[in-house]
Write a protein that binds this ligand. Structure first.
Ligand code: GLA
Length: 392
């Protein structure tokens, strides 16, 4: 009996100090907005509050966007106690004031730091101050932390990120932990127990080539993603001007197929109707946010024509036909065959029969009326078609 009590006591003690991340956070990929892609270092209280307002008034909040994240350059120094200090000119009321404002809109607040000695923009970073910073973030009401990888010298990635995870856990406020080490140390292999999302590549830029090359690097990573731990192919460029509307539709569809975090990176206060239509397409977003949390796999690869498949809850699934070539393509699609498609390695997936499903085009917002199971589908250059198999 004594032995049992001792065992229970020691396991309690052990659990009490055991390193862990918060449970039940980011059960679907986080959605929000981040300042970096459009504004770089040009961040301020006025900008961030304006974006929070616009997130609500534009319908983005209704579509599921939640986190408003300030990226690099909000911080300028440390005070005599080592506390991180925000730029007083740009954030005159301090960070807590901003967090309170964002919370008052029914939104959540995110911030940025870095595991090295300085951030990528050369501002003071977290190295040696992890627990102290985590306490500040917790006090301010931070809900999301993006943690970068510049100026890390010979630091070990897993241990560096684990220190911050432990700091956040010790500070007791559930904070989504976004690991941003650009895929350099294969975070998909170790970060599931450390963070909630991890960048898989270098930075995206606002061009077709950058976007499609980043997407192609997600191909073998599906098995590492799931509720609470996601592959992050970087933030969205939709609406920033460097791609055509068709290309932005492709960008957004592909990110939703691979269950990517959806961090818009455009000016929410001045969105064109096209940009808004893309970013708030609820049927496409529903693929990303599906509770099963499966990342799409490439089911057929014909080079610049690919078919991606995403398993969904309720035995449903989605397909994305991707024409990444510069030419128009007309492809014969057999929906009966797609209904039967499954990943061989996943024994939970059952082949399905087309008879039990309706097929919906998620950009046209229309169910298909299929007279034959095969039809020709026209794909513009750099475009997609996204179909969802819904149970009848
Ligand atoms: C790195 C990150 C970017 C951004 C900048 C900020 O490049 O990958 O997403 O946060 O730093 O300096």
């Amino acid at each position: 009996m004594k032995k049992l009590t001792l065992l229970v006591l020691t396991s309690f003690l052990f659990l009490g100090v055991q390193a862990q991340k918060f449970e039940k956070l980011a059960m679907t990929p986080p959605m929000g907005w981040n300042s970096w892609n459009k504004y770089g270092c040009n961040v301020s209280e006025v900008l961030i509050m304006g974006m929070a307002d616009a997130m609500v008034s534009s319908g983005m909040k209704d579509a599921g966007y939640e986190y408003v994240v300030i990226d690099d350059c909000w911080q300028v120094s440390r005070d005599e106690n080592g506390e991180i200090v925000a730029d007083k000119d740009r954030f005159p009321h301090g960070i807590k004031y901003l967090a309170d404002y964002i919370h008052s809109k029914g939104l959540k607040f995110g911030i940025y730091s870095c595991a090295g000695t300085l951030t990528c923009a050369g501002r003071p970073a977290g190295r040696g101050h992890e627990y102290q910073d985590a306490l500040s973030y917790s006090r301010w009401g931070v809900d999301y932390l993006k943690y970068d990888w510049c100026n890390t010298g010979t630091q070990d990635a897993k241990s560096s990120y684990s220190i911050m995870r432990d700091g956040l856990f010790a500070a007791k406020r559930p904070i989504v932990f976004s690991i941003c080490e650009w895929g350099s140390n294969k975070p998909w292999e170790w970060a599931g127990s450390v963070g909630n999302l991890w960048r898989t590549t270098g930075d995206i830029s606002d061009s077709w080539n950058s976007m499609i090359s980043i997407f192609s690097q997600q191909k073998d990573l599906a098995k590492y993603a799931g509720p609470g731990h996601w592959n992050d192919p970087d933030m969205l460029e939709v609406g920033n001007g460097g791609m055509t509307t068709e290309e932005y539709k492709t960008h957004f569809s592909l990110w939703c197929m691979v269950a990517a975090p959806l961090l818009a990176g455009n000016d929410l206060q001045n969105m064109s109707p096209d940009t808004k239509t893309i970013l708030t397409n609820k049927e496409i977003i529903a693929l990303d946010q599906d509770v099963l949390g499966k990342q799409a796999t490439c089911w057929r690869d014909n080079g610049n024509y690919q078919i991606w498949m995403k398993m969904l809850s309720n035995n449903e699934k989605a397909f994305c036909l991707l024409n990444s070539s510069d030419e128009k393509k007309s492809v014969l699609v057999d929906f009966a065959l797609l209904a039967q498609a499954r990943n061989d390695w996943d024994e939970n997936e059952k082949p399905m029969s087309l008879n039990n499903y309706t097929v919906r085009d998620l950009w046209e917002h229309k169910d298909l009326t299929l007279k034959e199971s095969s039809i020709y589908v026209d794909l513009l250059p750099h475009s997609v078609k996204v179909y969802r198999f819904n149970r009848k």
